[in-house]
Design a protein around this ligand. Structure first.
Ligand SMILES: *[C@@H]1O[C@H](CO)[C@@H](O)[C@H](O)[C@H]1NC(C)=O
Ligand SMILES: *[C@@H]1O[C@H](CO)[C@@H](O)[C@H](O)[C@H]1NC(C)=O
Ligand SMILES: *[C@@H]1O[C@H](CO)[C@@H](O)[C@H](O)[C@H]1NC(C)=O
Ligand SMILES: *[C@@H]1O[C@H](CO)[C@@H](O)[C@H](O)[C@H]1NC(C)=O
Ligand SMILES: *[C@@H]1O[C@H](CO)[C@@H](O)[C@H](O)[C@H]1NC(C)=O
Ligand SMILES: *[C@@H]1O[C@H](CO)[C@@H](O)[C@H](O)[C@H]1NC(C)=O
Length: 820
């Protein structure tokens, strides 16, 4: 193996020999060896001793040694055998790298001969390295739409060996898409590229895993592999596609905000950003854009505004989806809004009258109403109504118009104003309703006359009232209002006793207070009837009247008036006859007095205040009858004078007195002479009538007395013949028979029509009766006094047939009845 190559070494070193003459002189011989790399330690390189021509036995003696100043000593010399060995494993690539020849130099010095020998050891290459790639895995991203023929460089493999031991080529594992081409770089290095032979489809096969192999030319061939991880990058070759061409959805109009109406769905076969779809509106109306929101990621169509069927029954929206690569798809969303009864009907007053007069005829129009409902179908059907208890009607006028009219006559006095609630309800479920209140005022018309609080007024007034004093007041109401209820009072004019009532009374037209204009006199006027009219201020005015009765109340303002005995006109007194033979209790005469007042004021009492012979006569306290108290005695004077006081029962009492003269006479002629002498005197022409009547009465009385006496005598005889036991005086009882039956009634003031007041007001008074015929006339009269009749019946022992009115005289205010 070791070969000496002197010439070559020498040639090569020529240049050096000139430069380093000393060294070159010293090196006398060059020895060359060749060993493969990577041999074990102690590998025999060559036999130095033989190659130098030295005896192996004298090697150590001659002082031979290896010198390699500044270099690694790879070799060692065996002094016994003279062999050169490696001292360690030699790696050619480590020492020489890619140099073609790898030579290790050292020198051998023979000390005793001062000779130097150069030794060259060439280390030859063996295929001890396989090609290697810088990384085991190579990732290549290729877009799926890469053009055919596109080249992608691959990794370069390294093999530090030399020549055929170094990298010889590349291989690519079997695949359907790629091929391998080899190219040589400018440095002469070979590298591979893969070429796209067939189109890639990410969606079909996203990854291609290939094996890339590099091999060398050694024996055996060594190779290295790397994994080729070819990722087919997604290209946006697929447009997104909506799941439906048209999305039709229906939504109730009362859908709450935020509700998802529909979620759009689209698919994109691509990946990554190419699959990232964004949804958006492609075409949308202004209105719809305020109602809907489209989530660009999820495709959810959300309600953000209130749907209103009435506003728009459907919304058509063009939507689109766009992927990351900008590919689009479009679809249409149609949202059908379904009606919900969400609109209450609307009620509008088209025209309105706020007030109507109460006398408006039925069917007077008050208001015209318009009803609208914005919903659809049956949600728009409405019912319009008003409370049934009101006097109004709601009628359908035309279309959606209703008119409110009066149903019947109105009365402001009952209801002055109405609040008419008009309610309109639709037929939806649930129904909605609206109501409005129409205020209506009823205007007053003068349809009510004033109305007096009492149907009849009765008032009482004490006579002798001060003039101008208020007597009473009356009041009338008028239910109308304003001027129509302003009542004025007036007394309806008529005549009372030929004088107009206004001369007695006046009325305050505003207050209704009645004033007396005069001082009334009960004795003149006991009651007054008149009408008071109340009239309102309406136009035309209405009035009503009420009857008022004013009763004048009596005051004790009249003293008793003595009618009999008639008051003396010339100082003489009346004369009464009393037979001397009279028995006690004999009625001599009767004092007749009247009092113009009434009641207690006219209740008279009689008193004997003076007598010639006290105790001879008694006087009936209330009857006024003068009767004998005892038998007359001879010593009694012929002429008895009596003073009678007549007093009424008023407060204070008033009185009058009269003087009577009673003549005690036995015989009628004496009496007559006496009477004539007494009653003959002068009659003043003024009292002529009175005396004339008195005289006639007297004569008549005498005539009757005569008849009575005659009758008595006959009766006496008849009775005497029957039984002689009874006494008979034979003398008439009284010259003034029937004086018992005298009743005086005074009805002095002719304007009085009835005595009903008397009978009501006084517990003591004159009997009731029709005394209107109180004329001073001589005429037959009837018995009108029931008391009188009763008394006569009693006196005649129940034989009413015997009662006969012989004669009746009425002398101004009293009547004289004469009974048989
Ligand atoms: C290849 O694509 C992946 C993602 O797909 C990326 O992470 C990687 O860095 C890419 N490699 C190269 C060399 O472009
Ligand atoms: C290298 O290989 C080639 C062909 O493979 C061959 O012709 C040549 O002789 C080889 N060289 C050596 C030094 O073996
Ligand atoms: C590789 O391809 C060749 C020819 O195309 C074929 O004969 C061979 O079986 C394939 N090898 C593999 C592992 O597919
Ligand atoms: C009508 O309504 C008004 C307002 O609420 C009220 O003041 C008035 O008293 C009512 N009228 C009637 C008659 O109810
Ligand atoms: C009322 O009396 C007056 C006189 O006092 C007289 O002129 C008038 O005619 C009378 N009227 C009636 C209706 O009697
Ligand atoms: C008074 O009223 C009555 C009805 O109440 C009527 O008949 C009469 O005519 C009226 N009298 C006057 C004077 O107005």
């Amino acid at each position: 193996m070791a070969t000496a190559k002197y010439p070559q070494a020498c040639k090569r070193r020529v240049f050096f020999l000139f430069l380093f003459a000393n060294i070159c002189q010293a090196i006398t011989r060059q020895i060359q060896y060749s060993i493969p790399e990577e041999t074990e330690r102690g590998f025999l390189v060559g036999n130095i001793a033989r190659d130098l021509g030295l005896d192996a036995k004298e090697l150590s003696d001659r002082g031979i040694r290896i010198v390699s100043p500044g270099r690694t000593q790879y070799f060692a010399l065996n002094y016994k055998s003279g062999h050169l060995h490696t001292t360690k494993r030699i790696d050619r690539e480590e020492i020489c790298g890619q140099e073609e020849k790898c030579i290790l130099n050292f020198e051998i010095i023979v000390e005793d001969s001062m000779k130097i020998y150069g030794v060259e050891v060439e280390v030859t290459d063996i295929n001890d390295h396989a090609p290697t790639f810088p990384s085991e895995k190579l990732v290549i991203n290729i877009s799926e739409n890469a053009a055919l023929g596109s080249q992608f460089p691959l990794l370069e493999a390294q093999d530090p060996d030399l020549g055929n031991n170094s990298l010889q080529g590349y291989k690519l594992s079997n695949n359907s898409h790629f091929s391998l081409i080899l190219q040589t770089s400018v440095k002469g290095k070979q590298y591979g590229k893969i070429v796209l032979e067939r189109p890639l489809d990410h969606e079909k096969e996203a990854v291609h895993n290939l094996i890339f192999t590099a091999y060398d030319g050694g024996d055996p061939v060594r190779s290295g592999t790397a994994q080729l991880h070819i990722t087919v990058l997604d290209a946006n070759d697929n447009a997104p596609i909506f799941s439906q061409r048209i999305y039709e959805v229906s939504a109730r109009e009362d859908l709450p905000l935020g509700t998802i109406v529909v979620t759009l769905k689209a698919t994109d076969l691509d990946e990554g950003t190419n699959k990232e779809m964004t949804f958006s509106f492609a075409e949308i109306t202004e209105k719809a854009s305020q109602l809907f929101h489209l989530d660009k990621h999820t495709g959810a169509l959300t309600l953000i505004g209130s749907l209103d069927y009435e506003d728009s029954a459907l919304h058509e929206i063009e939507v689109q989806v766009r992927d990351g690569g900008g590919l689009l798809d479009r679809s249409t969303v149609i949202v059908f809004v379904t009606d919900v009864n969400d609109n209450a009907p609307k009620l509008e007053i088209t025209s309105l009258i706020s007030s109507i007069p109460e006398n408006s005829p039925p069917a007077t129009a008050i208001a015209l109403l318009n009803v609208q409902d914005e919903d659809s179908a049956e949600n728009t059907e409405v019912t319009c109504s008003i409370p049934s208890n009101l006097p109004f009607l709601l009628t359908k006028a035309y279309g959606n118009y209703y008119s409110l009219v009066t149903a019947r006559a109105l009365d402001r006095e009952q209801v002055a104003a109405y609040n008419i609630t008009v309610t309109v309800t639709d037929h939806g479920t649930p129904p909605l309703s609206t109501s409005i209140v129409i205020p209506l005022e009823i205007l007053d018309t003068n349809d009510n006359p004033p109305h007096f609080l009492q149907s009849i007024y009765t008032s009482y007034l004490m006579e002798n009232n001060p003039r101008g004093a208020s007597i009473f007041s009356l009041k009338a109401d008028d239910p109308d209002c304003g001027e129509n209820s302003r009542v004025t009072y007036s007394i309806i004019e008529h005549n009372i006793s030929d004088s107009p009532v206004s001369s007695f009374l006046s009325i305050n037209s505003e207050t209704g207070t009645v004033y007396g204009l005069i001082s009334f006199d009960y004795e003149e006027m006991r009651e007054m009837k008149f009408l008071v009219k109340a009239q309102d201020g309406g136009s035309p005015p209405l009035s009503s009247n009420v009857s008022v009765t004013l009763f004048i109340l009596d005051q004790n303002d009249n003293a008793p008036q003595i009618l009999y005995p008639s008051p003396p006109t010339d100082g003489s007194t009346g004369i009464e006859l009393a037979p001397r033979s009279s028995e006690p209790g004999y009625l001599v005469t009767k004092v007749v007095a009247v009092d113009a007042d009434s009641g207690q004021n006219a209740w008279l009492s009689y008193q004997l205040i003076k007598a010639t012979e006290p105790g001879l006569f008694t006087l009936g306290l209330h009857t006024g009858e003068i009767r004998t108290a005892r038998f007359f005695l001879e010593k009694d004077a012929l002429k008895q004078s009596l003073v009678v006081l007549v007093k009424d029962n008023g407060q204070p009492p008033l009185s009058a007195s009269a003087t009577l003269t009673v003549v005690l006479a036995d015989t009628i002629p004496a009496v007559l002479s006496d009477l004539s002498s007494i009653s003959a005197p002068v009659d003043p022409p003024s009292d002529l009538t009175f005396y004339l009547v008195l005289a006639v009465a007297f004569v008549s009385c005498l005539f009757f007395i005569f008849l009575l006496v005659l009758l008595a005598v006959k009766l006496h005889r008849w009775r005497y013949s029957q039984s002689g036991t009874e006494k008979f005086s034979g003398v008439p009882v009284s010259q003034f028979v029937g004086i018992d039956g005298v009743r005086a009634f005074l009805h002095s003031y002719c304007q009085e029509v009835s005595l009903t007041t008397d009978s009501r007001k006084s517990n003591f008074g004159f009997p009731k009766g029709n005394i209107s015929n109180t004329m001073t006339s001589h005429q037959p009269c009837e018995i009108n006094d029931p008391f009188l009749i009763a008394e006569e019946i009693a006196n005649s022992n129940g034989d009413s047939a015997n009662i006969q009115v012989k004669s009746c005289y009425q002398i101004k205010g009293f009547s004289l009845y004469i009974f048989s």
